[in-house]
Ligand binder design. Structure first.
Ligand code: ARG
Length: 467
């Protein structure tokens, strides 16, 4: 294929396309990834055209057989992609005509590349969303099981990254799981708007052939045909929605990554990540680096970038199709690949997190994390909260000087700050007592964490059944 004027639209042209322009405007190097969806869409289109009498059954069969053979050629790596043929659509159509002759040229009846490409991307997105959803479910399941196992494991909870109050490790992991549950909803919601069929919009205004768009939509598993032909070939908001889902998800994974990186450090020493998720250093023999979470944190930036690319790509386009839209594919493909890989990495890694319970416990014990519990104890004994706050503040100052946690002080030491304090104070100053006391829905008490894990399990399987 060396002819520089494209045969599918060269009729009105008096000179060949400039060689550079042909390369500059071609998309085949990246949109060949849409070949399976392009073929799927063409088979449905030909089937519909035969059903309404625009093609004969023999023509339909020749087209479908030809397309299936081409699919095989592509899968076996035998297909000869041609840049002068511009894009995936014209490459496949040209090959079809080469194989079955003039009937191949009838496939494009009542269709344009504008509705064809919009359909291909939506089919592609739907396929990828389904793959991504499997990984997301797997990750959520892993988190729920880890949280259930660690419902009683105590760690310090932080605000401002300073020790605040003791929490359970299971509670912390379920916080992550909640973030992902909302991302999951966003993904499924996005899928509804992806799964609408543009085919039949043709170039922009629809077509004069007696097409039946409901038939094509049903053959392709779309929920319905699009309502407006101009909008159908033009808007890529569904791709923007996906990358916005992806950006929020990666923001969440990045936050989790940051915590994993901190936790594996010698300074925190809260968890161990198995060696298979880490790498070493070529110069420092002692190093074991948490590369997987670091890389997920790093990849967040490129996904945000793709969201900005797509928003900007769309913002000034008049109706209907413009060539600008060819630029939607690379950001979208990369966003899809990045999300899928990051979710897979996390889904593999999370169940393998090994909490270092003694070290977490010790960190919670050292940070005066039961100070609020002491204040609440005083309030229960009739002290006003502001006064209680002051009393506990003085006890902490004493603890800092004498290097003692509140639970390590004797009753006499504590009574220096308030005579209201009695022997029963030690029940609330323990870490176990502190977490167990936060015993309401959404609280960190071990029995609440187990109940929350059970509800999360049920919500996830209800989602599966409904999907
Ligand atoms: N390669 C094009 C794209 O990705 C296909 C549609 C081209 N349509 C056109 N009228 N030039 O958007």
């Amino acid at each position: 294929m060396s002819q520089a004027t494209n045969q599918s639209w060269g009729g009105r042209f008096s000179e060949p396309t400039d060689a550079f322009v042909a390369r500059f405007t071609a998309s085949v190097n990246f949109d060949q990834r849409l070949a399976p969806q392009d073929i799927q869409g063409s088979i449905a289109h030909a089937t519909m055209l035969a059903r309404v009498g625009v093609l004969t059954d023999d023509e339909r069969d020749a087209i479908i057989n030809g397309l299936n053979e081409i699919q095989g050629e592509i899968e076996r790596g035998e297909f000869n992609w041609s840049v002068p043929l511009e894009d995936v659509h014209m490459n496949i159509e040209a090959r079809l005509t080469e194989k079955i002759g003039i009937t191949g040229k009838k496939l494009h009846t009542g269709r344009s590349r504008n509705d064809q490409v919009a359909t291909d991307i939506r089919l592609f997105m739907r396929d990828e969303i389904d793959v991504i959803e499997v990984e997301l479910k797997r990750l959520r399941e892993g988190m729920i099981e880890l949280a259930d196992r660690e419902a009683e494991t105590i760690m310090p909870g932080f605000t401002h990254l300073q020790t605040a109050q003791p929490v359970t490790f299971g509670h912390h992991i379920l916080a992550w799981q909640e973030m992902l549950a909302r991302d999951h909803e966003r993904l499924l919601d996005c899928r509804k708007r992806v799964n609408v069929m543009p085919l039949g919009a043709a170039a922009l205004a629809g077509t004069t052939y007696p097409i039946d768009r409901h038939v094509t939509a049903e053959l392709l598993g779309f929920d319905r045909p699009t309502e407006n032909s101009l909008d159908a070939v033009s808007d890529r908001d569904f791709a923007i929605e996906f990358t916005s889902f992806a950006s929020i998800l990666l923001m969440h994974l990045s936050r989790m990554s940051e915590e994993l990186v901190l936790w594996t450090s010698a300074q925190f020493n809260f968890i161990d990540l198995p060696d298979r998720f880490c790498t070493g250093s070529s110069i420092m023999p002692q190093k074991k680096n948490p590369d997987v979470p670091e890389l997920v944190r790093g990849k967040t930036g490129r996904v945000y970038g793709h969201l900005m690319s797509l928003l900007t790509l769309m913002k000034s386009q008049p109706l209907a199709y413009n060539k600008d839209n060819q630029e939607d594919k690379e950001p979208l493909f990369d966003a899809v690949d990045t999300v899928r890989d990051c979710l897979k990495a996390f889904a593999d890694m999370v169940p393998a997190i090994e909490p270092k319970k003694a070290s977490m416990y010790e960190a919670a014990r050292r940070g005066f994390s039961t100070a609020t519990d002491l204040a609440d104890y005083l309030v229960r004994k009739g002290v006003a909260f502001r006064d209680a706050h002051e009393i506990v503040g003085q006890s902490v100052a004493y603890g800092l000087k004498s290097e003692k946690d509140l639970s390590e002080m004797s009753l006499e030491e504590l009574q220096q700050f308030s005579a209201t304090i009695e022997q029963d104070v030690f029940e609330v100053l323990t870490l176990e007592g502190s977490v167990a006391a936060r015993n309401h829905i959404g609280g960190t008490a071990p029995n609440q964490v187990r109940a929350a894990a059970q509800r999360a399990r049920e919500a996830l399987s209800a989602l599966k059944a409904g999907a």
